[in-house]
Design a protein around this ligand. Structure first.
Ligand SMILES: [Fe+2]
Ligand SMILES: [Fe+2]
Length: 348
């Protein structure tokens, strides 16, 4: 259609069936209605219903415990290593979201979710700052672990190369290769970073909480786990949605490459777990972590339609209970606000 007068807007109204997850307009307004991807809007609403701030969680008991002799050196190492990993991993996820993913996800309802998720990643970064500050930890040590501790550096390098690929000035999702690189980024961050690399840390930190140690940090990790579960679920819907709209991207060789990456990630995660916890403490040890990481890797693969690789059973069934926050008696006991129970969310 040609416009004789450039000041006159001849554009027709937007129809939901014109919406696409990738390769639609990058710079249009975020026109939410009419909705096409209801799942994205639902994840956004679930995220908003779970709003929390780290400073709402009192740290007095944690500070007391940390200063006492109730914590062994091995237990302190677990906490320090996990603070070191999570404090910087959260910012890598945030950077990738805003710098790499947002531009190329060309759909308003998904972008609405991404904006919410970006804020939640900021809340998570804030949490680690708050914890380090409350406990009076050496911030130089915690915040430099991402390049000083090899088991953390290797996990982070596995992720940052994915961000760099999309940030290349010649990157585009309009070619098949480019769109596959983008899918690889989504799988690398949503499925692997937030779906695998976070999980031995969750088990370790929540194991303290189960023993009534460091319960403030434990409570914060429960909130983070709840948020991350939605991030993972959104990412899986996005990946499956892009696959459905662009089936030509999901080639045999691409599927094999993604399975290989998940298997590499499992090895990196096991190295990390052994480094945090070289000897068995808190009822945890290397064998249990191997089964657990393999178990969750299988679950993640299945959810994007790839075959499971390990067949290991879940040695920590209590993790699913912990995720069912409705069962937590003391959850937000200091708050008057009623938060949505986890009942309507899908965990795993
Ligand atoms: Fe996060
Ligand atoms: Fe996240």
């Amino acid at each position: 259609m040609s416009h004789s007068n450039p000041n006159e807007t001849q554009a027709t109204r937007f129809a939901a069936n014109e919406k696409r997850l990738i390769n639609c307009s990058q710079v249009d307004v975020n026109q939410l209605m009419p909705l096409k991807y209801n799942w994205a809007w639902e994840h956004y609403q679930n995220g908003c219903a779970n709003h929390w701030m780290p400073t709402e969680v009192p740290m007095t008991k944690d500070i007391e415990t940390w200063r006492s002799d109730r914590m062994s050196d091995a237990e302190r190492r677990v906490i320090m290593r996990n603070l070191g990993f999570f404090s910087t991993a959260e910012s890598l996820v945030g950077n990738n979201l805003v710098l790499a993913i947002f531009k190329h996800v060309t759909n308003a309802e998904c972008r609405q979710y991404l904006l919410r998720q970006a804020f939640e990643e900021a809340v998570h970064s804030h949490t680690f700052l708050y914890v380090v500050d409350s406990l009076g930890l050496n911030e130089g040590e915690v915040f430099n672990m991402y390049h000083e501790v090899p088991s953390i550096a290797r996990k982070d390098a596995f992720e940052t190369e994915l961000t760099a690929e999309v940030l290349d000035p010649h990157f585009t999702t309009s070619t098949e290769e480019g769109a596959q690189t983008f899918l690889k980024n989504l799988i690398g961050y949503y499925l692997i970073m937030e779906g695998v690399f976070f999980y031995t840390g969750f088990v370790m930190m929540l194991s303290f909480h189960r023993r009534n140690l460091m319960t403030g940090i434990g409570e914060q990790f429960q909130y983070i786990l709840r948020d991350e579960t939605i991030h993972l679920n959104f990412g899986i819907d996005l990946i499956n949605g892009i696959k459905a709209e662009n089936p030509q991207l999901w080639t045999e060789s691409f599927q094999h490459a993604m399975i290989d990456r998940v298997k590499q990630a499992v090895e990196l995660e096991l190295e990390y777990a052994s480094d945090c916890l070289p000897t068995g403490i808190l009822g945890l040890n290397h064998d249990l972590f191997r089964d657990y990481v393999q178990h969750i890797a299988d679950r993640r693969l299945e959810r994007i339609g790839l075959p499971m690789q390990y067949g290991s059973s879940n040695p920590f069934p209590w993790m699913s209970e912990t995720m069912d926050l409705a069962k937590e008696k003391n959850f937000f006991e200091t708050r008057v606000t009623e938060y949505q129970s986890a009942g309507s969310l899908s965990w795993d």
